[in-house]
Write a protein that binds this ligand. Structure first.
Ligand code: ZN
Length: 401
């Protein structure tokens, strides 16, 4: 079966790119053309060819968010051309929460469905799922569960070149809809590019029954866009990196939405949960449009990845990112108090104590954050933190006392 995807190819504005060239390059080119007595038309075509960039976007085709949406899964699979076989990647707990239901729903429609239960998002698990894919040759992989299961399903399906569908059981971070996966055991202690889900089916009736802590963590991942977009802008201005205003605006809109509605995001509130899910999915789409995690992952994410290394069994990704955002917003001199207030209203942690980590770990994580991903240019490159300044930053924002 041919794999169908919603892919959009955009040829960047070539003239915009000409201005991004190192200043001397067009001059050298011009001199070369003059010396060789070539005509101006050929010169312009040459510059355009030199600067033209192909920007590829891979977007989900079906996104369903709402109450009792899980039964729509079989119809969506059929619509996407997956009528024969599927592999469900789920966890020991999520199997009983939703995994078993997904298997029954697809089996009832005559599909040949296998299941693989993963316990963690390690490279070892990814390889084990890959072996299963090679063996069973399913048409599609469905990730059913929290971030861990979705990440394993996403990366293993990408490596084996088959489609992936995301069925989240929590709203803890934007990985439920993004093209990136966080896997332990890779050389990098941060998310790597994989593929966007072809469909996302988020059943609020299932997700609302998860521990509210996950949803509050999702809010932490959402407010982090206030600083990640700033970092992306900074990289564009200082390092001349690609920057997409549309993707940046989309990511920012999600952060603003959660800020505006933080009071309705609370345990048992479907309206708030739906809002968080839609905002997380928008962030995933923003990354798909950008072709990178940059609109949604900046210095606050570097802090979170760094804290993972300092305290390996710490807290949820979004919880750490939220606390990181408070401190990075202070460095940017933007409304860090407002960000803290949003997190508090949504019930997300804002201090080391609430995160359950030692104050010293926060300081250590801040100091080494800029070394986690040296190629990602952020505020931590311009405002270098040593032990004293990191401690001061954590104290002034009341993350530590
Ligand atoms: Zn994140």
């Amino acid at each position: 079966m041919t794999r169908e995807k919603s892919e959009v190819y955009i040829i960047s504005d070539v003239f915009k790119n000409i201005s991004k060239l190192p200043p001397l390059l067009p001059i050298l080119y011009f001199l070369l053309v003059r010396t060789l007595k070539l005509n101006m038309e050929l010169f312009i075509i040459s510059v355009i060819a030199l600067t033209m960039q192909l920007h590829r976007m891979q977007l989900p085709r079906e996104v369903v968010v709402g109450n009792e949406t899980l039964p729509l899964l079989s119809e969506i699979c059929k619509k996407l051309g997956f009528c024969e076989s599927a592999l469900v990647v789920t966890g020991p707990d999520t199997q009983s929460i939703a995994g078993r239901r997904v298997i029954d729903l697809l089996s009832d429609k005559g599909m040949d469905v296998d299941v693989f239960v993963v316990k963690s998002s390690t490279l070892w698990e990814v390889r084990a799922v890959e072996e299963k894919i090679k063996d069973l040759k399913p048409q599609v992989v469905l990730g059913v569960g929290g971030g861990t299961k979705i990440d394993v399903a996403k990366l293993s399906s990408t490596r084996q070149g088959i489609a992936f569908i995301s069925v989240p059981t929590t709203a803890s971070h934007d990985g439920i809809a993004s093209p990136v996966a966080a896997i332990k055991g890779l050389k990098k202690p941060y998310s790597v590019m994989a593929q966007s889900p072809m469909a996302i089916v988020a059943d609020t009736d299932i997700i609302i029954r998860s521990d509210y802590r996950f949803t509050a963590s999702g809010c932490g991942d959402l407010v982090s866009k206030f600083t990640s977009v700033r970092d992306w802008e900074l990289a564009y201005k200082v390092k001349n990196e690609y920057y997409g205003e549309y993707a940046a605006s989309l990511a920012l809109m999600s952060a603003r939405l959660v800020t505006k509605n933080a009071d309705v995001i609370k345990p048992g509130a479907e309206e708030g949960l739906r809002l968080v899910l839609e905002a997380l999915i928008s962030c995933g789409v923003a990354m798909s449009i950008a072709g990178s995690s940059k609109p949604c992952s900046g210095s606050e994410h570097l802090f979170s990845h760094s804290l993972d290394l300092v305290e390996p069994n710490g807290c949820l990704h979004g919880e750490q990112c939220g606390v990181g955002t408070i401190m990075m917003a202070y460095l940017y001199d933007i409304d860090w108090k407002g960000i803290k207030d949003t997190l508090q209203r949504a019930g997300a942690p804002t201090t080391a104590e609430e995160l359950g980590v030692e104050p010293e770990s926060i300081v250590k994580a801040l100091v080494q954050a800029c070394t986690i991903r040296p190629e990602r240019y952020t505020i931590l490159n311009t405002k270098k933190l040593d032990y004293a300044s990191a401690k001061k930053l954590a104290k002034v924002t009341s993350v530590i006392s």
